[in-house]
Design a protein around this ligand. Structure first.
Ligand SMILES: C[S@@+](CC[C@H](N)C(=O)[O-])C[C@H]1O[C@@H](n2cnc3c(N)ncnc32)[C@H](O)[C@@H]1O
Length: 197
C-alpha cells in the first residue's frame, strides 16, 4: 500500500533512502546548460524540496507538492531559512486538477512516477496534462531500472513513450547526464510538451 501513511512512515523510520539531501545532479546539469524561460513550475512528490529550491534559485515560481505532511513542513522551513521563494503544499497529486487546472508552465518529475503504482500511470499523465497550460512542459527524470516490484517501480523508455505520447510531444528522452553513482545507467531525462488540451 503506498498511501500517504506509508510514505510518512518511511520518513519517520529514517528509511527514506531516496533522499539525497540536495537537488538531483541531472537537474543541476540541465539548468546549467539550458536557458529555460522561467515560469510557474510544479514539483510533484517533492519530498524535502531540494529540487524545488534549485528551480526557484533559477527564477522559477515554484510550488512543491507532497502528501507526506512532515516533509512539507520541513521543506517550507528550509525555504524560509534559505530565503527561497519556493512554496510547499500538502496535497495528493491526483487532486491537483481541482485546484490548479491549466496553471503551470512546467511540471518537474523526479522519483514520483516510480513511487505510484504502475496502474496509476495513465491517471498521472491526465493529471499532468490538466495542470499544465497549453504548450506546458514536463521536465522528467525517470527511474528506468529493470528490477521487479517496487516502489520504486521501474519503467522502460518504450513504456514512457507509450504512456505520454498521446498527449505530449516527446521532445527528448535520453540517458541522464551526471547521475549519482548508484543510479548510473538507470535514469532518463525527458522533456515532453502538451500537444492536446
Ligand atoms: C521516493 S520519494 C521521492 C521524494 C523526492 N522527490 C526526492 O527525490 O527526495 C516519493 C515521494 O512521493 C510522494 N508521493 C507519492 N505518491 C504521492 C501522491 N499521490 N501525492 C503526493 N505525493 C506523493 C511521497 O510522499 C514521497 O515523498
Amino acid at each position: 500500500m503506498t498511501n500517504s501513511e506509508y510514505w510518512e512512515q518511511r520518513y519517520q523510520d529514517g528509511t527514506d533512502v531516496w533522499d539525497l539531501g540536495q537537488a538531483v545532479p541531472p537537474f543541476i546539469s540541465l539548468l546549467e546548460s539550458t536557458a529555460l524561460p522561467p515560469g510557474r513550475l510544479a514539483v510533484l512528490g517533492c519530498g524535502r524540496g531540494y529540487d524545488a529550491l534549485l528551480f526557484a534559485e533559477y527564477g522559477f515560481d515554484v510550488i512543491g507538492f507532497d502528501f507526506a505532511n512532515s516533509v512539507i513542513t520541513e521543506a517550507n522551513a528550509l525555504a524560509e531559512a534559505t530565503e527561497s521563494s519556493a512554496k510547499f503544499l500538502t496535497r495528493d497529486i491526483f487532486d491537483l486538477p481541482n485546484e490548479f487546472e491549466g496553471y503551470f508552465d512546467y511540471l518537474v518529475e523526479h522519483t514520483c512516477f516510480c513511487a505510484i503504482y504502475p496502474a496509476q500511470r495513465p491517471a498521472y499523465v491526465q493529471m499532468a496534462k490538466s495542470i499544465l497550460k497549453p504548450q506546458g512542459e514536463i521536465i522528467g527524470l525517470f527511474f528506468t531500472h529493470n528490477r521487479p516490484g517496487g516502489p520504486p517501480f521501474g519503467v522502460t523508455t518504450t513504456e514512457i513513450r507509450e504512456y505520454f505520447s498521446n498527449d505530449f510531444e516527446i521532445r527528448s528522452l535520453e540517458p541522464a547526464i551526471n547521475s549519482i553513482p548508484k543510479r548510473q545507467g538507470e535514469e532518463h531525462m525527458g522533456r515532453f510538451r502538451v500537444i492536446k488540451k
